[in-house]
Write a protein that binds this ligand. Sequence first.
Ligand code: F6R
Length: 366
Amino acid sequence: EKGGYEHFMLKEIHEQPRAIRDTLSGRISEDGQRVVLKELNWTTEQAASIERIHIVACGTSWHAGLVGKAAIEKLTRIPVDVEIASEYRYRDPIVPDNTLIIVISQSGETADTLAALRESKQRGARVLAITNVLGSSANREADYTMITMAGPEIAVASTKAYTTQVVVLYLFACYLAQQRGSIGASQVPEILQALKGLPELAERVLETAPSLRQFAEKYKDKEDAFFIGRGVDYAVALEGSLKLKEISYIHAEAYAAGELKHGTLALITEGIPVIALVTQDDLYEKTVSNIVEVKARDAYVLTLAWQGDGEIGKYADEVITVPRTMPFLAPVLSVIPLQLLAYYASVARGNDVDKPRNLAKSVTVE
Ligand code: F6R
């Protein structure tokens, strides 16, 4: 059942190229020019009527939502708020007419996410559920559903569900842009081409496993780690730090790189591992200057950069690269080394990788 892998998590990490391919399958026209979402089938009017979007989710699914926000805003200029479901449901949210709610949930059964769905429906919003389980409660109660084709995810730590959620959000962003004739509509064919290339690129990222294993084994006894990045790199940093915490039990924090000097820099001391993501070209110099700051405090810096980046090695102790794609699609690739890092750290510390302490796969109680 683990397909020869030692743990479900490792199997599921390796299934990502297949899962991404299946999630794209049937959702791009044969000529590669258009997104086809039969499950939505929105008219131009329906797509045009959306004035704002609230994305609501928990944990890793919330992190996917942060990437979705960036994509939707970039391509459609519709304002998107991303919220933690357990906050949203209790804070009397303002849901004006023509708000679309997107709930994201691997299981489709998370109590707080379902409550937020119900709350927003009651306020008259239309709800799109993105889930991995056909027939889940979220699917049944939402107005529209998009399924991620990750297949069953057994390990508690979410991996392939995250990457496929992100892919669904890219497809949805392209679809909205296309149907509304938004600013990003003309870029859709190029984006779809890049999306179709992701499974093969993800395959190549999996080859970074041995380096991450080495890094994890070297740093397994550290008590703290920091993940930094800007833009969607920050969203991925949050996911990388959650993965490390939940299965290796190493305390990790993710910081927007520009925010470090507003307090957290005080915690950066000799030998502290800092994982820095630098895939956003327009923010490159800014992030590099933050790397220089932590290096000056003798942190041990692992950077995650594009293949062919001849500069980054000057600033870092170790460099892991991912093959180039469009920068806003980077999260699908850059998250994979961070999943592997968490996995190998958990194994090196002798933890129960697939069933970390205190956690359940599906949180159906508050
Ligand atoms: C972390 C993880 C959790 C879930 C969260 C939401 O690896 O798996 O943070 O993402 O509990 O679960 P779903 O997506 O099923 O609503």
